[in-house]
Design a protein around this ligand. Structure first.
Ligand code: C2E
Ligand code: MG
Ligand code: MG
Ligand code: MG
Length: 292
């Protein structure tokens, strides 16, 4: 760890940093073994239309279940995998898991709604990214429009041409393209201007004060209105109160992803929910339920 540190020009006076680096090294080392042992599992969080209160699609979110049963949240390991550039391995694993599940749903005649997966935006610069994802998708014969790629701008894009080429290739291949965490980090209106994306996911930071501050309500309403005019689907993330839902419904935000409707849940639970919901079509299905 001292070697890595000196390479980057740091000095480790701080025992805390040293311990953290050691923990990161351990996580890195564990990843490939964990992949082989299927310790990574995919949770699904529904996205709901506030207009109908119905689930329209979901996001796949990875968790790490250690052999001792401990569940580790992505915030603890994704940044490490990003740092050492091993994240594409995990992203592909999650993507393939989703394809396998969708294939089974289709085979069993169960409701198969679109699923989005997260990919590190580093992958957008790798030439075989689209090809790899297309091959996996084709292997499981997943129809166009059932898979969505979410990417977060964690680096400042300067080459819109390269980015747009990737977005175009993804869309040509039948993937839906989304910008995640809009409003947080580097993403800005130039992203919307420069990239031909399908979906914009507004980060929770946007909604924190929409319950109280008129200025924030106006700002969010303006952004959602403008983005909709461009034909882009809007998703509000991190929504926790019915007051927020009411507001978002009023300004015609397309979809809501938040604890107010559902938390991320294991695949079996989401599958049961979808089957239950599809059986209740035509009735006012109470989709709200606490999740564990
Ligand atoms: P994200 O892609 O923005 O996913 C949304 C995160 O917000 C999820 O956290 C979700 O559980 C959380 N969330 C949703 N609604 C609420 C709410 O109402 N309140 C609060 N407090 N949180 C809410 P999670 O599952 O911990 O994932 C964190 C991040 O880790 C994700 O943010 C994503 O950037 C990354 N991630 C997760 N799975 C993958 C993956 O397979 N590949 C990559 N590259 N990144 C992933
Ligand atoms: Mg996401
Ligand atoms: Mg993200
Ligand atoms: Mg997000």
């Amino acid at each position: 760890s001292v070697k890595a540190g000196t390479r980057e020009g740091y000095c480790f006076y701080d025992e805390g940093i040293r311990l953290q680096l050691r923990a990161e090294k351990a996580i890195e080392h564990d990843m490939e073994a964990a992949l082989r042992k299927h310790e990574f599992i995919v949770y699904y969080q529904p996205k709901v239309s506030p207009e109908s209160d119905r689930i329209t699609c979901s996001e796949a979110l990875v968790r790490w279940r250690k052999p001792d049963g401990q569940m580790i949240q992505p915030g603890q390991f994704i940044p490490v995998f990003e740092k050492n550039h091993s994240i594409p391995l995990l992203d592909r694993y999650v993507f393939e898991s989703v394809c396998i599940w969708l294939r089974r749903m289709l085979d069993e005649g169960k409701p198969a709604l679109p699923v989005s997966v997260n990919v590190s935006c580093l992958q957008f610069y790798s030439s075989d990214f689209v090809k790899t994802y297309r091959e996996i998708r084709d292997r499981y014969r997943i129809p166009r429009g059932l898979l969505e790629i979410e990417f977060t701008e964690t680096i400042l894009f300067d080459d819109w041409h390269v980015m747009n080429r990737t977005v175009k290739q993804l869309k040509d291949a039948g993937f839906i393209c989304s910008i995640d965490d809009f409003g947080k980090g580097y993403s800005s209106l130039s992203t919307v201007k420069n990239l031909d994306i399908d979906v914009l996911k507004l980060d929770a930071v946007f909604f924190q004060d929409t319950g109280t501050l008129e200025k924030d309500r106006q700002l969010v309403a303006g952004i959602i209105h403008m983005v909709r005019q461009l034909g882009i689907t809007t998703v509000a993330e991190g929504i926790e109160t019915w007051e927020q839902v009411e507001f978002l419904r009023g300004i015609r935000c397309d979809l809501i992803q938040g604890y107010v409707y559902y938390k991320p849940m294991p695949q079996e639970e989401y599958e049961a929910l979808l089957i239950n919901e599809s059986g209740e079509y035509g009735r006012d299905a109470g989709v709200r339920q606490p999740e564990g």
